[in-house]
Write a protein that binds this ligand. Structure first.
Ligand code: SF4
Ligand code: SF4
Length: 349
């Protein structure tokens, strides 16, 4: 058995999810829609399609894993879980994309995460036996160390012990959900108490394995603890215009989307992008595994950001931040892409 039967049986083929799906919007093809992919999963499960069928391979990879199909589904289909089970089978062992396997091997070695992060000076404190801790993340430690420093300035009560591994989301989304679950549990042991993360994707993965009460994405934590110094952020003497790119998993998996908007509104003029809730094309490893499709999605997003006349676009996930910065740089745009923690830090100066 490849899929949990109750999960696969839940889809009633109503098609309400089709308009929400970015890959269906790109192609207009049923096979690239959530309903079409669930039909493919059923065909794989029953043996109607062979394991090496080309459409199966293509659609398991083309799906962004953004879970935009979940909140609109009247039958409560857990598409994210189905996709994990599909990729566990489709990408098992050496059948997974090489670049994803190399990345997974790298983040599974905690010392490889620690060294570049320490060199680049991410936030760092001694471990504490109780109280909330800041998850340092794997990509963020090396690529965006300023984000954890900004988060600790906002919430100095957060401990940030450097001896922490990856949460396992990368594994769960790339064909090794057993390792993903194990890594989440290990991180939960290293960071006792509430885990606060600046990555929407990691928050959703950790909440699935450690329980929702133990996990807070940073914007939730800041709103709940009311630690925000509400100082207006000015650009050329006027309130800064700021847009947001939602984290797909944070919004569609955990239902968190009001809090980052609330925090931006507390310091700036908030501008809602038409596609703020739609994937930016980063989608975990998607921009690495499917650069052309990722670039097509990003081009629409960057055009929207430019047209909105904003000073900043805010991300709440490191993959989205990297994607937006790269797209804006290539376009020669003057809009700055920052993490929410960075925006709030700039506003508090
Ligand atoms: S996934 Fe949900 S919304 Fe989509 S076809 Fe199935 S039941 Fe309908
Ligand atoms: S996860 Fe995203 S890309 Fe994949 S089927 Fe659902 S809406 Fe479409």
């Amino acid at each position: 058995m490849i899929f949990a039967k109750p999960l696969l049986d839940r889809c009633i083929s109503c098609g309400y999810c089709l308009p929400a799906c970015p890959t269906y919007a790109m192609t207009g093809e049923e096979a690239s829609s959530p309903r079409g992919r669930i039909s493919l999963m059923r065909a794989l499960e029953t043996g109607q399609l062979p394991e090496d069928d080309g459409t199966l391979a293509e659609q398991a990879s083309f799906c962004l894993g953004c879970r935009a199909c979940e909140p609109v589904c009247p039958a409560g289909v857990e598409y994210g879980n189905l996709l994990e089970q599909w990729r566990d089978h489709q990408w098992r062992g050496r059948r997974g994309p090489l670049r994803a396997r190399l990345l997974m091997a790298a983040v599974a070695r905690p010392w490889l995460l620690r060294v570049p992060g320490l060199v680049r000076r991410h936030a760092r404190t001694a471990a504490r036996a109780s109280g909330p801790s800041l998850m340092l993340g794997c990509a963020e430690r090396a690529l965006f160390p300023r984000v954890s420093r900004a988060a600790r300035k906002l919430a100095p009560e957060l401990a940030a012990p450097p001896r922490q591994g990856c949460c396992g989301a990368l594994h769960a989304h790339n064909g090794d959900s057993a390792a993903g679950a194990r890594m989440a549990k290990e991180l939960g042991e290293v960071l006792p108490g509430t885990i606060v993360t600046t990555s929407g994707g990691c928050a959703t993965h950790l909440a699935a394995h450690l329980g929702r009460p133990r996990v807070r994405e940073l914007s939730e934590f800041v709103v709940e603890t009311d630690v925000l110094p509400a100082v207006p952020l000015l650009v050329d003497g006027r309130p800064a215009r700021v847009a947001l790119q939602d984290s797909c998993h944070l919004r569609n998996g955990l239902g968190v989307w009001r809090q980052p908007r609330e925090l931006i509104r507390a310091v700036a003029e908030y501008v809602e992008l038409p596609s703020a809730a739609t994937c930016c094309g980063a989608a975990g490893t998607y921009s690495i595994l499917r650069p052309r499709d990722s670039a097509k999605i990003l081009a629409v997003k960057i055009a929207e950001i430019e047209a909105a006349g904003v000073d900043f676009v805010v991300a709440v996930n490191p993959g989205c931040l990297r994607q937006l910065r790269s797209g804006l740089r290539k376009r020669g745009s003057s809009v700055r892409a920052v993490h929410l923690a960075e925006l709030l830090e700039i506003a508090s100066k």
